[in-house]
Design a protein around this ligand. Sequence first.
Ligand SMILES: *Cc1c(COP(=O)(O)O)cnc(C)c1O
Length: 236
Amino acid sequence: MDGIGENLEAVRRRIAAACARAGRAPESVRLLAVSKTHGPEAVRAAAACGQTRFAENRVQEAAAKIPECPDRLEWHLIGHLQGNKAAPAARLFDWIHSVDSAKLLEALDRHARAAGRTVAVLVQVNVSGERSKSGLAPAEAPAVLELGNRLQNIQMRGLMTIPPLAEDPERSRPYFRELREWRGRWAAELGTQLPELSMGMTHDLEVAIEEGATFVRVGTGIFGARARPAPAAEEA
Ligand SMILES: *Cc1c(COP(=O)(O)O)cnc(C)c1O
C-alpha cells in the first residue's frame, strides 16, 4: 500500500492546479478513487489518507469488497450495469454513473424503494458514437432524464461520458465540451438542474476540469497499475 498517500496528494495537487487555471473553486471538483481490481486493503489505505469517495465498475466485485471496507464511504458505480444486477446495485451504491436505458432506471427506482433508499443517478452519454462504448445516443438521453425526474427513489443529478481512448489528453477535450453543451441544452429544455458532469480519468483530468467536470474518476493515478487488464473503462 506504499505510495497511495503520496499518489493521492499528487492527484489532489493536479486537481487544485487545474481548478486554479480554470478559475474554479477546488471544492467544485470531487475526486473518485477508482478501486476496481484492488482489494479492500487499498481502499482502507486511501480512506486513512482522507479519501471518502470510491468507484467500482463491477457489481459482483463491489459486493465482495464493500463489506470489507470502512463504513461511511461513498460508493459510485461507473461500469455498465446489466438489468439483472439492478437490485444489488441499488443497495450497494450511493451513485450510479452508468444509466443507459429507461428500463434500467425504472428497475433501479423499484429496487431502491424496496431497500428504503434513494440513489443518485447520472445518465451515461455516448458522445463519440463509438460502437464499442455503452451509453445513450444524445438523441435518446432527454427522455431518460425526464423519466428520472419523475421517479421517486431516483435523484437525477447529471451526465457521464467516456471519450475514446487516446494518449494525448487534448483528444478528450471535444467530447468533454460536447457533454457540457448537452447538459446546458437539456437542463434548459427540461427545466431542471443537472449539476454533475462525471468526466476525466488519470490521464485527462486537467482537460476535464477545464471543461467543467464535477467528478473525476482516477484509478491508476492513485492505486498504480492494475494487475488484471481491466477492459479499459467498460465492464459489466
Ligand atoms: C477504470 C475506469 C476509470 C479510471 O481509469 P484510470 O485511467 O485508471 O484513472 C475511470 N472511469 C471508468 C469508467 C473506468 O472504468
